[in-house]
Design a protein around this ligand. Structure first.
Ligand code: C5P
Length: 396
């Protein structure tokens, strides 16, 4: 019973995926939570209030003025430990971002002081629209958590992001937000993925990092109750549930996003940051000149994000962890790197095999006290062990 007696206000808005709110309700109740549903007019087109009432075992609130007479929107807003919006339609996200209070759901979302988790579901074009992206960024900057959307089959035969996250993934995000894990109340920053350094408007320098390890670390930290800010370069994997993800492209943008996320109790730098960037990125595409030699690209040094944060004069996190991807003398190089960068721990791995992009990783944890050799493990398990060690490291 991971959610025993936790109170969840479940807002169901208009999307074909609204039927999955019934499965989510069932999972929440099985985990011990109390669920009170709010159904928007759009939501009621896809799922009946009777079905929601039956599965939640609660009254379903769907009308601002009726709720006013019975319980009042302020009491509804004060009731939950967490407000979950699943599915969150493009329209409801827009109304939330703009602070509208034009129905019961929007009014309660404006009045609540509880944490809000939104699980978007919409057509991929609507999700990709800059208006939705701006609304999501606004909501994320105010602390709204997001679970999904995911990729996969949808009502329309259209590919892309927009499918409602699976109810079990939404449940995991809810548990991560509510569980009083050993990292509850801690803020941890994680970097992940590659960076892209523009050569011109169409070309860039990047690397083969998939973001799997960094994303798994962010998810594992959230599962232990931490508030996690994940700063990620361009990757093809979804944002981890229950984590505030900031997407950037260049190393300099990554540094700015990490600095903006400070203060933090710990920071884990798992990204494969480009050491160099093209010194000048012309605004026009570099053209092939007949008869002329190929252009030379001069490189400039990128900031070292790990070293910058590890030596931060005022806001150094208590625990700063770097990664060392090496192809030889793994441990000696990692020891030297720990000293040179001023970080507390180095997670060292041998990348001569298929680690970059692969599913498994064999790492050595280098600390001031020595070296721990971990067996070859799935990246999720490396992440889980590292998150537990971080919880120990931050314990009072
Ligand atoms: O020096 P090297 O690139 O091998 O160091 C790897 C570690 O430093 C990783 O934790 C990586 O995320 C971090 N790093 C960084 N900024 C850079 C280069 C590396 O944060 N510009």
């Amino acid at each position: 019973m991971t959610l025993a007696s936790r109170k969840i206000l479940l807002v169901v808005s208009g999307s074909v995926a609204a039927y999955k709110a019934l499965e989510l309700t069932r999972l929440l109740r099985r985990a011990g939570a109390e669920v009170m549903p709010i159904l928007t007019a759009g939501g009621a087109r896809f799922v009946t209030r009777e079905a929601l009432a039956g599965i939640s075992g609660s009254r379903v609130h769907d009308d601002l003025w009726a709720a006013e007479a019975e319980i009042g929107h302020i009491r509804l807003a004060r009731w939950p430990d967490l407000v979950v919006v699943a599915p969150a339609s493009a329209n409801l996200l827009a109304r939330m971002a703009h602070g509208l209070a034009d129905d019961l759901a929007a009014t309660v979302l404006l009045a609540t002081r509880a944490k809000v988790l939104a699980a978007p579901a919409m057509n991929p074009a609507m999700w990709a629209h800059p208006a939705t992206a701006a609304n999501v960024a606004t909501l994320a900057s105010r602390g709204v958590g997001f679970a999904g959307p995911a990729e996969g089959a949808m009502a329309e035969p259209e590919a892309g992001l927009g499918r409602l996250a699976e109810p079990s993934d939404i449940l995991a995000a809810i548990e991560a937000l509510l569980a009083a894990g050993p990292l509850a109340g801690r803020h941890v920053i994680v970097t992940s993925g590659p960076t892209q350094e523009p050569i011109d408007p169409v070309r860039y320098i990047a690397n083969r990092s998939s973001g799997k390890q960094g994303h798994a670390i962010a998810a594992a930290l959230a599962a232990l109750g931490a508030r996690v800010t994940l700063v990620s370069g361009p990757v093809a994997i979804p944002d981890p549930p229950g984590v505030a993800t900031r997407r950037i492209a260049t190393a300099r943008e990554m540094l700015a996003a990490v600095e903006a996320a400070l203060p933090a109790d710990a920071a884990i730098f798992a990204a494969a940051v480009a050491d160099f960037r093209p010194e000048a990125a012309p605004t026009q595409k570099i053209k092939k000149q007949p008869g002329a030699p190929p252009p030379e690209i001069r490189l400039a040094l990128n900031p070292d994000i790990l070293a910058t944060i590890a030596t931060h004069p005022t806001q150094r996190p208590r625990l700063v962890i770097g990664f060392a991807a090496e192809t030889e003398q793994v441990i000696d190089h990692a020891r030297a790197k720990r000293q040179r960068k001023g970080c507390d721990w180095i997670v060292a791995n041998d990348v001569s095999g298929d680690v970059m992009g692969g599913a498994e990783n064999a790492v050595h944890l280098v600390t001031a006290d020595g070296v721990e050799d971990w067996p070859r493990l799935p990246k999720e398990e490396v992440a889980r062990r590292l998150a537990l060690r971080i919880a120990q490291g931050l314990a009072p």
